[in-house]
Design a protein around this ligand. Structure first.
Ligand code: PLP
Length: 397
């Protein structure tokens, strides 16, 4: 058995020598990772800036206030809570802040691309609250259908957002429905946050009561969560739902790393990055379509592509394993109304955030998609392709 330092070195080598097409992964910058390993990891700062339970927090205060200021600028929010340890804890705190036990929440079904925290029965969101779900219709969000369901189940909170939906979400239409039924609207933009920050995907901030997201997917920061809003009344409830409601001391090293990631995302370069992520995903889609591999929801407007592998007679689990053997890392994904169980699936989810960070453009995206098809169809392929590509586009930062 290797020791932990050897394992960390091996993980570095793994990331250098494989291509991550996991839609929820990215490669964070050196500055972000340095902040994570800083001495701030040793500091206890329970509470909020200027209201801490321990001494020695004046630098922690400045860091947290700076992170809040940067993220508000990035998303045009009025307030931010940068303490959530993860996207799941951000959502959990929103529910604690705005709901009572057994209140109804309405979100996209997990099997159609929603998230566990959107009311799934095995998640606390489905155990403590009554989780109701809308489905995709013809593989798209159908706002008329969602409105009918909302009128019927009378939710106290509607969740817009997904883990595996590749098209633009109409935040305004969700807001209209929420207003009509008297519900709060939560926009969970975990997947789209970096694209929104880079002005390449619509921002829900003016339509939702609360916005949550993860900082480690398209936004390319440290692993963590964040909550934003524009109404001061809600801010107070959210702050107490994070601390003392659901969390103890904030991870100050992580908050510093978030501040760096927000700074990075405010640059013009990041806007170019976000647009390129989408161009790369669209380039891949064109190859899959040409080769008769069906794209769930017909197309992509973001970093995410869901493939239906039925036409090439391979399950998502088999495809995931086959691709990992050649150095391409993906994940199996249920497709709407899947005939296979969740541990098999008919679908495969891909994302272009990480390859775009490595500097890959449409040319490489097309090549990778063609290579994936050859591997999955057992056609002839170059076993050294991924190694060569990774050397050509190393992880430099
Ligand atoms: N919300 C959505 C839409 C997600 O896709 C995810 C992560 O996959 C989360 C919340 C939860 O984030 P975390 O894994 O940080 O708890």
């Amino acid at each position: 058995m290797s020791n932990i330092k050897q394992l960390l070195n091996l993980e570095n080598a793994r990331q250098f020598s494989t291509i991550s097409l996991i839609a929820s992964e990215n490669h964070s910058s050196n500055d972000v990772r340095q902040a994570l390993s800083s001495r701030l990891t040793d500091k206890y700062a329970e509470g909020y800036p200027n209201r801490r339970y321990y001494a020695g927090c004046s630098l922690s205060d400045q860091i947290e206030l700076y992170a809040q200021q940067q993220v508000c600028k990035l998303f045009q929010a009025k307030w931010a809570n940068v303490q959530p340890h993860s996207g799941s804890q951000a959502n959990q705190a929103v529910y604690l802040a705005l709901l009572n036990g057994n209140d109804t929440i309405l979100g996209l079904s997990l099997s159609h691309g929603g998230h566990l925290t959107h009311g799934f029965h095995a998640n606390s969101s489905g155990k403590l609250y009554n989780g109701e779900h809308y489905m995709l219709k013809n593989e798209l969000l159908d706002m008329n259908d969602i409105e009918k369901i909302a009128i019927k189940c009378k939710p106290k909170l509607i969740i817009a957002g997904a883990s595996a939906y590749s098209r633009i979400i109409d935040w305004q239409a969700f807001s209209n429905i929420a207003k009509k039924v008297g519900a709060y609207l939560l926009a969970d933009v975990a997947h789209y946050a970096g694209l929104i920050a880079g002005k390449a995907y619509p921002n829900p901030i003016q339509y939702a009561d609360v916005v949550t997201f993860t900082t480690h997917k398209t936004l390319r920061g440290p692993r963590g969560g964040c909550i934003l809003g524009t109404c001061d009344k809600i801010r107070k409830k959210i702050d107490s739902a994070i601390f003392p409601g659901t969390q103890g001391g904030p991870f100050m090293n992580n908050i510093a790393a978030k501040a760096i990631c927000f700074e990075e995302a405010l640059s013009l370069n990041f806007q170019k990055y976000a647009s390129q992520v989408i161009l790369n995903a669209k380039a891949m889609v064109s190859v899959f379509k040409k080769n008769n591999i069906r794209i769930i929801s017909r197309d992509t407007d973001c970093h995410l592509i869901n493939l239906d592998l039925t036409n090439i007679n391979i399950s998502g689990a088999e495809a995931e394993a086959k691709l990992e053997k050649v150095g391409i890392i993906t994940n199996k994904e249920l497709i709407p109304n899947d005939s296979l169980p969740a541990n098999q699936t008919s679908g495969l989810r891909l994302g272009t955030a990480a390859i775009t960070t490595r500097g890959m453009l449409e040319k490489q995206s097309i090549e990778i998609a063609e290579y994936i098809i050859s591997v999955l169809k057992n056609d002839k392929y170059d076993v050294n392709y991924v190694d060569k590509l990774c050397k050509q586009f190393p992880l430099v930062n």
